[in-house]
Write a protein that binds this ligand. Structure first.
Ligand code: PMP
Length: 448
């Protein structure tokens, strides 16, 4: 048997078990380009997408009545569990009181206070809201340029920060390029974005030394090309170097909020100039926050004066709507709590230990890394230190086979790579089922 034979069997099993999703997928094609309202929904390993009937906690039920242990959690917005009653109540109430005013509410003040309580200790005290993490990152980049009066931003090869044109660059044979497949981009992004390998302090210093870099936009742990942990001391050195050369450090914690109640910044006592958090911050209600230090806020005021009268061109109508603000407040007050993280981190330890036992027991040439409640199984014995190394070990057939096998076993992980997220409502037996299914897959892998 090879992967293709295995995949054919798995696809047949999936099709046989999902007649209702199949009918719905056929209907969906009539109106939606590619059959789905958002094209990433096509990225699952299944021949057609599962149609969701409902989800609660860390369980999701599809249109065929099949229930799954959900470790994807919507690719993070539902990191704290689906259909949280706290959020449900708050949204229902706010929907009855109105959602779009272009005015603040007492809830927006409460959300701001909660953000300051959490992130103020790391210097971040002035906030704005965007509708998505993509928008928040775009705003942060624009302000970084305005504040520093420098033209370029720097990102790490393999990054993803959302629909942020500036960040769609990659290294191909060590050369900066627009990312392959990028649509509708008229100028060469490498003129205004510098891209370097993660964990490469020499390259970072060389780029910063040019004096052209307005800001470094980085995830503290890279989570979008598999997971790549920073080397010991890398984050602190990145902070020191950006400070020394006058570039702003913009940390995108959209995924690494999995680290703890104040994200990776809180866990490692980092002090970025700007911080971005999307997705889970409002429990999946479209909203993202970005915060800056008092010093950056003052420099933003100066930049605004320099720009003269008129609009900054930064902001969207729905940002800060009452529903989003209420959601952020209730998530920070009642859901994104120490108690939630205690459960999530314990669960992640159980998962990581279990996966490592599978690797040790079967001899599969794999490894596991994690950032708090977010774990990643890597099909390579040594976790790569940068995106080029990660790309060189990617085995697309094996990934597709693992994902589809898991779906057929009643387990969902994020469709993009082997990301597994533990929510406060993920039970140990679900974690054990994922470990067991992975062991069975390792046995299949080793027979091929
Ligand atoms: N930042 C990071 C680190 C992300 O992974 C993503 C999306 N996966 C985004 C930003 C963008 O989030 P959104 O698609 O909600 O704008």
């Amino acid at each position: 048997m090879n992967w293709q034979t295995f995949l054919t069997e798995q696809r047949e099993a999936f099709v046989a078990a999902h007649p209702r999703s199949r009918d719905l997928a056929d209907q969906g094609r009539a109106a939606w380009r590619g059959g789905v309202p958002m094209h990433w929904m096509r990225d699952w390993a299944s021949p057609f997408p599962l149609y969701v009937e409902h989800a609660k906690g860390a369980r999701l039920t599809d249109a065929d009545g099949i229930s799954y242990d959900d470790f994807c959690l919507g690719d993070t917005p539902s990191m704290f569990g689906h259909a949280r009653p706290e959020l449900h109540r708050a949204l229902a109430e706010q929907a009855g009181e109105g959602v779009g005013f272009m005015l603040p509410t007492k809830w927006s003040n409460r959300a701001g206070e909660r953000l300051n309580e959490r992130f103020g200790p790391y210097g971040l005290t002035q906030w704005q809201v965007a509708t998505t993490a993509s928008d928040a990152n775009r705003a942060a980049i624009r302000w970084a340029r305005a504040v520093t009066q420098r033209p370029k931003i720097l990102v790490f090869d393999g990054c993803y920060h959302g629909m942020v044109e500036d960040a769609f660059v990659t290294l191909q044979n060590d050369q900066p390029r627009n990312k392959p497949g990028l649509i509708g981009q008229v100028h060469d992004l490498t003129r205004t974005t510098t891209v370097i390998p993660f964990n490469d302090l020499d390259a970072l210093e060389a780029a910063l030394k040019t004096g052209e870099i307005a800001g470094v936009l980085a995830e503290p742990v890279m989570t979008n090309c598999g997971m790549i942990l920073p080397d010991d001391g890398f984050s602190d050195a990145m902070r020191r170097l950006t400070f020394r050369y006058g570039s702003l450090l913009i940390l995108d914690e959209t995924h690494t909020l999995s680290s703890g109640p104040a994200g990776y910044v809180g866990l490692h006592k980092l002090r970025p100039d700007m911080l971005v958090i999307g997705k889970a911050i409002a429990g999946g209600v479209p909203a993202a926050v970005w915060g800056v230090t008092a010093e950056v806020a003052a420099r933003m005021d100066d930049a605004q004066v320099r720009a003269g009268a008129g609009s900054s061109g930064i902001g969207t109508t729905l940002s800060g709507n009452a529903l989003a603000m209420r959601a952020i407040a209730v998530m920070l007050e009642e859901v994104i709590t120490e108690a939630s993280y205690a459960h999530m981190l314990r669960g992640a330890e159980r998962l990581v230990a279990g996966l490592r036992r599978v690797i040790a027991g079967t001899g599969a040439p794999w490894s596991v890394v994690h950032v708090g409640a977010r774990a990643e199984l890597i099909f390579a014995a040594t976790p790569p230190r940068n995106a080029a190394a990660m790309r060189s070990v990617l085995d697309h057939d094996a990934l597709e086979a693992y994902h589809l096998y898991l779906i057929n076993q009643g387990v969902l992980i994020a469709p993009f790579h082997n990301m597994m997220l533990i929510s406060p409502q993920t039970h140990d037996d679900a974690i054990d089922r994922l470990i067991e299914a992975t062991k069975a897959f390792a046995d299949i892998w080793l027979c091929l």
